[in-house]
Write a protein that binds this ligand. Structure first.
Ligand code: PGA
Ligand code: ZN
Length: 427
């Protein structure tokens, strides 16, 4: 048996950052190498993404994962035994065929993605190289540009404001570490501003400050002020990035902004975002319109997509076919890549391939329910994606990832160098 052949696979029930059970898979290879990975979990999910297998019933609000663990220990372990962990596509094809559904609902996207990622980790361990190197081959990739949350919102803050992520991108940072330094100063400044107003009220799910604002625009104004208070120039050194996550408050062409007390149609939503783009130094917007509003997404991208990045998450769900269809209609100019939306690494990587073929950008992303697992950092680097989004720069499940990047940067031929500014729409 080849040293990189899968000898055994074991599921383990572990915990995520919202105190919910999740799936870890550990794989051992014939030569003794091991790899493990943990499935994350979303809260503002696209309706077409891979579905996690949860137990239902009383325990943990129905969110227990004993059935997914059983699938890993039983069917998945049997099906993957003997496969070469270095042949990621073979592993992922076997997982998809075994599941047999379009939405991964039989085995569970949680069991599948943990198994898929664990195989990659085991293969890298067998080669004695970091996962990013296993994925990159001979390429010399550069560190991804961080997209970091300062205020949480939407489904990650009990709907306290409508917009889900108020983030910054250190567009002028000279390297990865400086991007983190600047963002930490902005986060700190934002906390001081909130404290000064008596509005500091803890953090949201992804470690961003709790959005105790009277309006969405108030949050944007405060973010600009925090960048300035940190001694940085908004729009020049640091841009604002928003995940509107519009599917959470919009459907059938109606958008209900509860915090602002407004209800808009698709054109009205585009116009509102256009006002924000005029008033604030916004460089990137994710899910500006809902997943059922592809025409709105296309209209928005045609109006604003030359100057700013328009990222598709809920409508594209890391799916290559969806990316291709969106590109044909001109909806979005970048894709968010979440492995557990696709169910396997190969599925997610295919979405990246479709984005590249369309001339789009891409951002590798964690989920709002996370753990110490750092696989996404290695994917962003190893696949040469150029951007990484893992929430804020607080909470251990977030800093685990940013810190992994710092460690990796020390070992790269290119050090902490970031992709050239000219590669991005704001370049
Ligand atoms: P989720 O959201 O992980 O809660 O689904 C993250 C996002 O919308 O980007
Ligand atoms: Zn999103």
């Amino acid at each position: 048996m080849k040293a990189t052949a899968i000898r055994s696979l074991k599921g383990r029930r572990v915990w995520d950052s919202r105190a919910r059970p999740t799936v870890e898979v550990e794989i051992s290879l014939a030569g003794g190498a091991r790899g493990r990975a943990i499935a994350p979990a979303g809260a503002s999910r696209g309706s077409a993404e891979a579905v996690d297998l949860r137990d239902g019933g009383e325990a943990f609000g129905g969110l227990d994962v004993t059935r997914a663990i059983a699938a890993a220990d039983g069917e998945i372990a049997a099906a993957l035994a003997g496969l070469d962990a270095c042949d990621q596509e073979a592993v992922d094809d076997r997982l998809a065929a075994l599941d047999g559904t379009a939405d991964a609902s039989r085995l569970g996207g949680n069991a599948m993605v943990a198994a898929s990622m664990a195989a990659a980790h085991a293969a890298a361990a067998a080669k004695g190289v970091p996962l990013w190197r296993h994925l990159a081959g001979d390429a010399e990739p550069v560190m991804p540009l961080p997209e970091i949350q300062v205020f949480g919102g939407g489904a990650h803050a009990a709907g306290r404001v409508d917009v889900q992520d108020f983030m910054v991108i250190a567009t002028g940072a000279s390297d990865y570490a400086q991007a983190l330094d600047w963002t930490a100063e902005i986060y700190r400044a934002a906390g001081e501003i909130m404290a000064g107003r008596g509005r500091l009220a803890g953090t949201a799910d992804e470690g961003g400050l709790w959005p105790a604002f009277d309006s969405n625009e108030h949050a944007l104004e405060t973010l600009v002020r925090a960048i300035e208070r940190a001694g940085l120039v908004p729009g020049e050194q640091v841009g604002i990035s928003l995940d509107i996550a519009a599917s959470e408050f919009g459907a059938d062409g109606r958008y209900r902004l509860a915090r602002d007390g407004r209800e808009l149609d698709s054109d009205g939503m585009c116009a509102l975002l256009g006002e924000w783009i005029d008033r604030f130094p916004i460089v990137s917007i994710e899910d500006p319109l809902a997943e059922d509003d592809m025409a709105g997404l296309a209209a928005f991208t045609s109006a604003f997509g030359t100057g700013i990045q328009v990222v598709g998450d809920d409508a594209l769900v890391s799916n290559a076919d969806r990316v291709r269809r969106a590109a044909e209609t001109g909806a979005c100019n970048a894709v968010l890549l979440k492995p557990n939306q696709a169910g396997t690494l190969s599925g997610c990587r295919a979405a990246l391939g479709a984005a590249r073929a369309a001339g789009w950008g891409a951002v590798v992303s964690a989920r709002s329910g996370e753990t110490e697992d750092v696989t996404v950092v290695h994917l962003a680097l190893g696949w040469g994606v150029g951007q990484l989004k893992v929430g804020s720069i607080a909470h251990g499940e977030r800093t685990a990832k940013w810190n992994e990047g710092l460690r990796i940067a020390e070992t790269l031929a290119t050090g902490g160098r970031l992709p050239p500014r000219s590669q991005f729409p704001w370049g």
